[in-house]
Each structure stands twice: as structure tokens, then as C-alpha cells.
Write a protein that binds this ligand. Structure first.
Ligand SMILES: O=C(O)CCC(=O)C(=O)O
Length: 268
């Protein structure tokens, strides 16, 4: 199979809990994807009830990204041959808007068990040092789950401003800049966060959450997309490809999925 990870990359991920940078798209492909997102934003606007979350259920271009073998094949090396996409999100920092992401572990609030789950973070604009790229604490995925406080800070991009309360040793922390079209992959237990964007351009991360098919949701019914292999567990209701961009059935499935994700992320 093409696009597999080398055994070195696989052991790096096992030890450190992340891989970066990995070249995924060319700069012009990244620009094209960015213009798809921005066309969506221009059409619906910030206050619309139609959200860019889980856009793969609403528009073919996003469906093709989450099913792209350059992403899916490497993920099977980390999570096994039967792979689900759980959700698609966006982490966007506008030029100079002071938004940051506090240090947190995703495993703490998604309700998914066991933790055979990874995030693919795709840079659709340059995510150089000045834009507030992600910082990881290597190896922290092998340690405990920390207690998090919901700070609801105004300048925090996280839904509840989730922040680890204990003091952390940041000596080994690594900040990982990405160029447009590159991706990083990180483990659901890895401690990570990011600073503000000090540049004049948007910093746009398209964020895909994948899990092995044996993972289940502890917070109620849940949905996912089977991207490769088979689902022998039926823990999630599987959702289909959008046949018509913004079609009636697609819009309804998308709205339900966004509401469900909102419920899961906002409840303990
Ligand atoms: O984009 C960021 O800075 C943070 C993203 C993040 O927390 C995540 O993908 O889990």
C-alpha cells in the first residue's frame, strides 16, 4: 500500500506521541482547500447555524480530504486496518486576534474509549513559529490523564477553555511549525496547546479525528464514517458520503452530527 509510515516513524509516534512535519499536499493544493473553506465561510458567515464542523458530511471536497489515502494509509499503521473518522474541526486564528489554546489532553473530554485515537492537523496556511503553531510534550501520552479546569477564557479557542491545573514540566516541550500543506499527527492523550497568531495572515488548521473501529462512545449514541477496512463492532452509526453538496439529506445529517458533537464536548 502506498503512503505507509516507515518503521522509524511508527516507533517515533509510539514513543513521543506525535509525528511532524509530514508533507501531505502541495502548496497550491493547500491554497485550493483554503479557498474551499473560505467560500463556505463567505456563504454562511460566523453567525449562521450552518457550521464548518464535520464539513465532510456536507461537501464533497472535505469528504475527499478525510478519505485521502495519503492520510488514511499512514493512520492505519498507527491505529490498525479498520479505521473510522469521528469528526472534522477547525482551529483558526485570525491575524493578531490573541486566541490561544491552553495545554490540555483531548482524551479528557471526548468520551471515547479506549484511546486508540489520533488527530491529523493539516495546515491550510503557513503555521510558522509566529502564527502560534502547536506545542507538544513528547511522551506525555504514556503518562496519566491530568485534571482539567473549565476556564471559559475569552481568548481560548477550546470549547470550555479546558486547562490542565497541575504544574507541568515544560523543559521537553516541542513547538512544531508547519508549512501550508503539511500535517502533524498526535495521540489523543498527548498534552498540547498553542500561542497567539502574531502574523498578518490567518493560521488555519483543518483537524481530523480518527479512531480504531473498536473504540466506543461513553456519553451516548455517536456517529462516524468508515474510511477503510470494516466495522465489526457497530459502536457508531456510520454516515454516508454527501452525494449532493448541501443537499437536503446531507444538510440534515450534518446538522445532527454537529449538534451531537457539541453535546458530547460540552458535557462531562
Ligand atoms: O490548533 C491548535 O492550536 C490546537 C489544536 C488542538 O488542540 C487539537 O487539534 O486537538
Amino acid at each position: 500500500m502506498p503512503y505507509q509510515l516507515t518503521s522509524r516513524q511508527q516507533s517515533d509516534y509510539a514513543q513521543r506521541g506525535f509525528l511532524a512535519p509530514v508533507r501531505l499536499f502541495s502548496t497550491s493544493q493547500a491554497r485550493q482547500l483554503r479557498s474551499e473553506l473560505e467560500a463556505f465561510e463567505n456563504r454562511f458567515g460566523e453567525n449562521s447555524s450552518v457550521k464548518p464542523t464535520d464539513l465532510h458530511l456536507l461537501q464533497g471536497w472535505a469528504w475527499r480530504v478525510v478519505n485521502d489515502p495519503r492520510i488514511v494509509n499512514p493512520l492505519t499503521d498507527l491505529l490498525g486496518p479498520d479505521l473510522l473518522l469521528w469528526s472534522t474541526q477547525w482551529f483558526i486564528k485570525e491575524p493578531g486576534d490573541e486566541m490561544h489554546v491552553s495545554l490540555h489532553q483531548d482524551a479528557n473530554y471526548w468520551g471515547l474509549e479506549p484511546h486508540d485515537i489520533a488527530t491529523v492537523w493539516i495546515a491550510l496556511s503557513n503555521a510558522g513559529l509566529e502564527t502560534g503553531p502547536m506545542t507538544f510534550i513528547p511522551g506525555s501520552h504514556q503518562g496519566k490523564l491530568y485534571k482539567h479546569d473549565n476556564t471559559y477564557e475569552k481568548n481560548n479557542l477550546l470549547s470550555r477553555g479546558q486547562t490542565i491545573t497541575e504544574e507541568l514540566d515544560l523543559n521537553s516541550a516541542e513547538t512544531v511549525p508547519l508549512r501550508a500543506g503539511e500535517m502533524s499527527i498526535h495521540h489523543v492523550r498527548l498534552i498540547h496547546g498553542s500561542g497567539p497568531n502574531l502574523t498578518g495572515d490567518r493560521r488555519i488548521g483543518m483537524v481530523l479525528r480518527y479512531c480504531a473501529s473498536h473504540v466506543y462512545q461513553t456519553k451516548g449514541p455517536d456517529t462516524a464514517v468508515l474510511v477503510t477496512g470494516e466495522d465489526r463492532f457497530n459502536h457508531f452509526k456510520l454516515l454516508p458520503e454527501p452525494k449532493i453538496d448541501f443537499g437536503t439529506a446531507e444538510t440534515s445529517r450534518h446538522r445532527d452530527a454537529v449538534e451531537k458533537l457539541h453535546r458530547i464536548i460540552h458535557t462531562d
